[in-house]
Design a protein around this ligand. Structure first.
Ligand SMILES: CC(C)(COP(=O)(O)OP(=O)(O)OC[C@H]1O[C@@H](n2cnc3c(N)ncnc32)[C@H](O)[C@@H]1OP(=O)(O)O)[C@@H](O)C(=O)NCCC(=O)NCCS
Length: 179
């Protein structure tokens, strides 16, 4: 559907439940990627949520979740999303989480570029945002590599397991985007 020569993004199906369960089942990673408390789930709950999505078109208005896989052999790499789509002001947020073994090989950069393309070209948005903990160098470098600008820092905004960490905000305007 959306692909570079290495990475493809596609909607998840109920059969992806075991992979998504593994991706989102790490409480330490949850502290890095999520602003709510970690609540343990079993794989059946993940599957049920994916099944519900098939019959619930509401998600499309507010956000889209896309799974990332390797073009070469279909290996599951991780998840991504365009969330909080605001159709009046025409902006949205990007989210991405890769499995530990998929990181540091350029996949994240490909996924962010594909999400930008989807957001700007297919959803006709004019601004994309992403937020991450200030200490998340991998996410910050990936954002910068994809053309995002560091627009600000919110002090002590997110609980990171030890204390309250600063949150950095990155933005990319469509006019500054290189397709
Ligand atoms: C953040 C994440 C999506 C980046 O994807 P990735 O595939 O690992 O990143 P890439 O291989 O495309 O590298 C992109 C840039 O980040 C840098 N980078 C990657 N991993 C890094 C690390 N652990 N430490 C420092 N820099 C890192 C790369 O060197 C590259 O920068 P460069 O162009 O200056 O060389 C991925 O590491 C991940 O899923 N992390 C855990 C979940 C997470 O933090 N999600 C974001 C929550 S807001």
């Amino acid at each position: 559907m959306f692909a570079t020569d290495r990475v493809r993004l596609r909607p998840p199906t109920p059969d992806d439940a075991p992979n998504l369960f593994r991706l989102h089942g790490d409480p330490e990673l949850h502290l890095l990627t999520n602003d709510g408390p970690f609540v343990p789930h079993h794989v059946g709950q993940v599957r049920a949520r994916l099944e519900k999505r098939i019959s619930d078109p509401a998600e499309v208005d507010d956000g889209v979740s896309l799974l990332a896989e390797a073009v070469a052999d279909g290996t599951f790499l991780g998840g991504s999303s365009l969330w909080g789509i605001n159709t009046f002001n025409r902006y949205a947020h990007l989210g991405i989480t890769l499995l530990p073994e998929a990181r540091g090989q350029g996949y994240g950069t490909d996924v962010v570029r594909l999400l930008c393309r989807y957001g700007f070209r297919n959803r006709n948005l004019r601004r994309l945002e992403l937020e991450t903990l200030a200490g998340n160098t991998a996410m910050r470098r990936t954002a910068e590599r994809c053309g995002f600008t560091h627009e600000g820092t919110q002090r002590e905004r997110e609980y990171d397991g030890d204390g309250f960490a600063d949150m950095v905000i990155y933005g990319l305007l469509r006019r500054d985007w290189t397709p």
